[in-house]
Design a protein around this ligand. Structure first.
Ligand code: CUA
Length: 320
C-alpha cells in the first residue's frame, strides 16, 4: 500500500507546489506591471468569460482525477483479500494483545511472514485506540463494542513501529509495539515454538463450556440456528431484513441476542454480555467462522499456507 499512498501524496505535493509558484509569480508580476503611476488614471477591467471558464474547468478535471485516484487507493487499502491470514487484536489501556488464528498470543508485538496478506480483526476492551503502522501507511481506529478491520502485506523483512494513534489516557504515548516481519522459514520456526492450539479450537471449547452447543446443534436445527456454513452468508431475519453473517453479526448475536432474530426462531437466547472476555469472544467468532471453512477433513484454518513449504506448513498448523 505504501507505494500507492506515497505516489498520490507526492502528486498532491507537486500540484500544490506548482499552483503556489504560479500564484506568487503572477502576484509579483501584476504588482509591478500595474502599479500606481502618478497622473495615469486607473483602467477598470470588467472580467473575461473565457478566462473564468478556463480556470474553472481545468481545476475541475484535476480535482476529479485526484478524487478518483484517492478513491481507488482508499478502497484497495480498506478491502482485505479473501484468503488473508487472520489476526485478532484487542486494544486496552495501555497495550496491544494479539492472537493468531493458529493460537499464538503476543503482546505489543506481531510476527508475520514476508509477502502474506494479513487481516486484523480489532476491538477494544475499554476506550478508543488506533492501530497505526506508519511504514505500512496503515491506521485504523479500534473501538469498544464492535470489530473494525484492517489489512496489510509486508514486503520486506524487518521490525516496524506500531503506535496507538488515538489519545487514550495517561500512558497513551507508551502504547507502542512492533511488527516483526520475518522470512517464511524463520516465521515457521517461530510459529512452531509453543501454542495452545488454533483459536477456533479454543472457541469450540468455550462453545461447549458455555452450553451454546445444547441449542446450536451441528447435526440438526435445535432451539437456536445450526451454525454450520452460516458465516459469510446472508441470513434472513424474523423482521424481514437480510443481513450478512460477518464478525460483527456473530459478536452482536452473542452479546445482544435479541437484536437480530433469525427467521423461524424465538428470542430465547440469554445475553453473554459480561460473561465472556474480548479474547473469548474472538475465539468464539473464529470458531463460528471455522464452521464455514471446513472441508471434509476437520477445521481448515483461515491461515494462508506459505508459498515455500506447503506440506510442512499444513502439518505444523493443523495437527495440534
Ligand atoms: Cu491507546 Cu492511545
Amino acid at each position: 500500500m505504501a507505494g500507492n499512498v506515497d505516489a498520490l501524496f507526492i502528486f498532491l505535493l507537486i500540484v500544490s507546489g506548482l499552483m503556489t509558484l504560479l500564484i506568487f509569480t503572477a502576484l509579483i508580476y501584476f504588482a509591478a506591471r500595474y502599479r500606481h503611476e502618478a497622473g495615469v488614471p486607473a483602467e477598470q477591467i470588467d472580467g473575461s468569460t473565457p478566462l473564468e471558464l478556463t480556470w474553472s474547468i481545468i481545476p475541475l478535471f484535476v480535482f476529479m482525477a485526484i478524487f478518483l485516484w484517492g478513491a481507488i487507493v482508499y478502497f484497495k487499502g480498506r478491502t482485505p483479500p479473501r484468503d488473508a491470514t487472520e489476526v485478532y487484536v484487542v486494544g486496552k489501556q495501555w497495550m496491544w494483545k494479539l492472537e493468531h488464528a493458529e493460537g499464538q498470543r503476543e503482546i505489543n508485538e506481531l510476527h508475520v511472514p514476508v509477502g502474506r496478506d494479513v487481516k486484523l480483526i480489532m476491538t477494544s476492551q475499554d476506550v478508543i485506540h488506533s492501530f497505526y503502522v506508519p511504514a505500512f501507511r496503515m491506521k485504523q481506529d479500534v473501538l469498544p463494542g464492535r470489530y473494525t478491520v484492517a489489512w496489510f502485506k509486508a514486503t520486506k523483512a524487518g521490525t516496524y513501529h506500531l503506535f496507538c494513534a488515538e489519545y487514550c489516557g495517561t500512558q497513551h504515548s507508551g502504547m507502542i509495539g512492533s511488527i516483526v516481519v520475518q522470512e517464511p522459514a524463520q516465521y515457521e520456526a517461530w510459529m512452531n515454538g509453543g501454542t495452545t492450539g488454533p483459536l477456533s479450537a479454543t472457541g469450540e471449547k468455550i462453545f461447549s463450556e458455555l452450553g451454546c452447543v445444547t441449542c446450536h446443534r451441528s447435526d440438526t436445527q435445535g432451539r437456536g440456528p445450526n451454525l454450520q456454513g452460516v458465516f459469510g452468508k446472508p441470513v434472513q431475519l424474523e423482521d424481514g431484513r437480510t443481513v450478512t453473517a460477518d464478525e460483527n453479526y456473530v459478536r452482536e448475536s452473542i452479546l445482544d441476542p435479541g437484536a437480530k432474530i433469525v427467521k423461524g426462531f424465538k428470542p430465547v437466547m440469554p445475553t453473554f454480555q459480561g460473561l465472556v472476555s474480548e479474547e473469548q469472544l474472538n475465539a468464539l467468532v473464529a470458531y463460528v467462522k471455522s464452521l464455514s471453512n471446513s472441508g471434509e477433513a476437520g477445521v481448515k484454518p483461515a491461515v494462508a499456507i506459505p508459498p515455500t513449504a506447503p506440506t510442512k506448513a499444513t502439518k505444523g498448523s493443523q495437527v495440534q
